[in-house]
Design a protein around this ligand. Sequence first.
Ligand SMILES: [Zn+2]
Ligand SMILES: [Zn+2]
Length: 362
Amino acid sequence: MKAVRRPLFWYNLVMWLVSVVFASLLIQLGSLIMSDVPTAGKRISREDFLDQQQMDVVDARIDQAQSRLQQLEDEFEDARFVLESRTLDYQNQRASFENWIKTRSATQSESQNAEVVDRVRAVELLKLEERTAQRRVNGLGQDIVQAKRDLAKVKNERGQIVENAVEPYEKARTFEVLKVFLLRLALTLPLLLIAAWLIFKKRQSTYWPIYRGFVIFSLFAFFVELVPYLPSYGGYVRYSVGIVLALLFAHFATKGMAHYLQKKKSEESRPESEKRKLIAYETAVKKISNGVCPSCDRQFAAARKLRKGEDKDEIKVDFCVHCGFCLFSACRNCGQRENSFYKYCGACGVASEDAPVVAQES
Ligand SMILES: [Zn+2]
Ligand SMILES: [Zn+2]
């Protein structure tokens, strides 16, 4: 049973919502500010480190070498067509000459010697032309090989220039990442410290929902927003801060527990009427219905194990078995056994007296 007023539940829920909304607004505002911080948005590009003059020269040379290669290849293609047609011409001429020679020897004519010489010369001329074409094709083929080698060499030079830029680029980038990381760390670490201070000092404040929003924001800023800017050793920073926070939490938690135990001890030594006034009504009603003594915070219902077939409610424990605190009392008017903290009797509605009377065994 809960004695907390129902609106209070909704109030707490709404306050959590307020915290979350406040935190998300802070997070968005934070990232907006971060994007406006001058160095944070700047990105270093590889091109910034290239020698542009050298690059222009080498690119022009590559263009030149490529167009020369293209031209040679065109010429080579043309020369091959020429060679093919010369070869064809020569072969045709030779074939017709051979046919002619065959018919001539068949007729046994001697008067055609001059014509033989002429025809042989014509065939040889064509053969010569074929050879010239062949030579041109070969020469162009060699030129193409040379042009390809030249192009590869120039491209290699270009690659060297690009490679020379890699090291200064990497250095500058590492430096930039470190700078941005330190900047963000310098902004987020104090937030975390403020949040820790708020947790330990302002928990009871009326403005706690707002402070809680700030705590969420600072945790997010440190443990999530910092991540993309972590240099290789950034994990160390994050984990060590996390460990320090955990240690701080453990330290304050043990301190708080010691404080609580001492308070309880001093409370227990007081007279019961005084004790009752120290315990909040809502807490007491809830604790008793949960089987916990509101004075010593120990379980009173489970003090004795249930026998078989016995209901928990049947064991009537009116006093805490650990500290003797009165848990249930009888109504002065009708004798109904009730939670000793109830302000009114649930059976007859008469207001309870300050000093409870122990319930009578019925
Ligand atoms: Zn007790
Ligand atoms: Zn009553």
